[in-house]
Design a protein around this ligand. Structure first.
Ligand code: NAD
Ligand code: UD1
Length: 357
């Protein structure tokens, strides 16, 4: 019989791609989303790709009654917990909203998971949990530290899950995503930012389709290949496959959580300064390669055939010159590696935006 996986935030950008990958790998998925940053068009897109419509619950993870009945009335083998707010700038202005939705919401959800004995979870974490003063590439042992409420919500939830692993025998993997881009090759699902995009590629794509005039490049005086900011852009289809590998790893030995993740040097979740170590497993999901802002603009120009006007602006406060992952732990523990290039990812993003103008 097919194992069923619950995807919170399952209609979002990463959740929808993960749904497709899991279904195609033989899992049954159930999607839960409050549609605060997504819409039923994602479900339509998933249906067009799969040829059937996965079960969807329009519900909020903070709704204890709804979570209790959803968890009781299904036999879930595991959860992938995507649901959350993710805009860094907004989180700085609205910490209560971020702590309420991301932390309080997850507390409610985790308590109801525990109550029904569901203890296998893959959590959407982020490279934003790393402190600014690390050497590159970032490994899971790099120093942790956050500068905004969004990042603090992610790091807090990693700590909470680590405690649930040790106190309640949960089996948890936190995937620390670098910069997800790209779309499904069909063009039926992809990223649909509401309003003015915060992230680089959606902004460049808006310029390519003529929705915005020019890209503002935040600084050209960093110590990088061309002076502009360098990031580790990961194809969302590769990222979705990392979730498949993580859930398979969890389900392979759900009753013995700690030994599963201890063969390699344990990745400390707490910084040395905080004086503690844990075997809770956080795993970087990136390519290990950096791409600059100007290289991304060039990639979009090549994919779209459109010229992309840009202007050099001041640095964005809080930005780092370069950020990229050491993804070797993902290879070692999950057997996962990237298959798609940044250029392919930009191509699929362009197709999605172009087809869905
Ligand atoms: P997204 O906004 O597209 O998806 C998140 C989904 O969660 C949305 O569909 C939203 O409606 C839903 N949601 C939010 N709060 C909810 C709640 N209280 N109850 C139920 N549903 C709720 O974002 P995404 O890019 O797919 O990101 C998924 C996860 O990965 C998020 O937790 C995000 O913080 C994390 N992440 C994203 C990135 C990125 O750049 N996209 C990078 C690192 C980590
Ligand atoms: C942002 C978030 C980070 C989150 C990540 C992935 C901030 C401060 N950080 O980081 O927490 O994990 O997205 O969702 O927002 N750039 C421009 N012009 C633009 C937009 C971006 O030049 O209009 C540059 C940036 O300076 C950076 C690069 O493009 O060098 C990528 O920016 P962005 O997509 O916002 O990602 P991050 O900075 O990695």
């Amino acid at each position: 019989m097919k194992k069923t996986i619950l995807l919170t935030g399952g209609l979002g950008y990463i959740g929808s791609h993960t749904c497709v990958v899991l279904e195609q790998a033989g899992f049954r998925t159930v999607l839960l989303d409050n549609l605060s940053n997504s819409s039923l068009s994602s479900l339509d897109g998933i249906e067009r790709i799969l040829g059937y419509r996965p079960v969807f619950y329009d519900a909020d993870i903070r709704d204890r009654g709804a979570m209790a009945s959803l968890l009781k009335s299904n036999d879930f083998a595991g959860v992938i917990h995507f649901a959350g707010l993710k805009a860094v700038g907004e989180s700085v202005e609205s910490p209560f909203e971020y702590y309420n939705n991301n932390i309080q919401g997850s507390f409610v959800f985790f308590e109801e998971m525990e109550r029904t004995g569901l203890r296998n979870i893959v959590f959407s974490s982020s490279a934003t949990v790393y402190a600014a003063d690390n050497t590159l590439p970032l490994t899971e042992a790099s120093k942790l530290g956050t500068t905004n409420s969004y990042g603090t919500s992610k790091l807090t939830l990693e700590f909470v899950l680590r405690d649930l692993v040790s106190a309640k025998a949960w089996n948890a993997i936190a995937l620390r995503y670098f910069n997800p881009i790209g779309a499904h090759a069909s063009g039926y699902i992809g990223e649909r930012p509401k309003g003015v995009p915060n992230n680089l590629l959606p902004y460049i794509l808006d310029v390519a389709i003529g929705k915005r005039e020019r890209v503002g490049v935040y600084g050209d005086d960093y110590d990088t290949v061309d002076g502009t900011g360098v990031r580790d852009y990961i194809d969302v289809n590769d990222l979705a496959e990392a979730h498949l590998a993580a859930i398979q790893k969890l389900l392979a030995s759900p009753t013995t959580p700690l030994p599963v993740f201890s063969p390699s040097p344990p990745a400390p979740l707490l910084s040395e300064e905080m004086g503690a170590k844990s075997s809770f497993q956080a795993i970087n999901i990136g390519t290990g390669q950096g791409t600059s802002v100007l290289e991304m603009i060039e990639n979009v120009r090549l994919a779209s055939g459109k010229s992309i006007p840009y202007a050099i602006l001041a640095r964005r406060p809080g930005d780092l010159g370069s950020v990229y992952a050491d993804p070797s732990l993902a290879r070692e523990l999950l057997g996962w590696e990237v298959k798609r290039s940044v250029r392919e990812a930009v191509g699929s993003s362009w197709k999605f935006v172009h087809d869905n103008r």
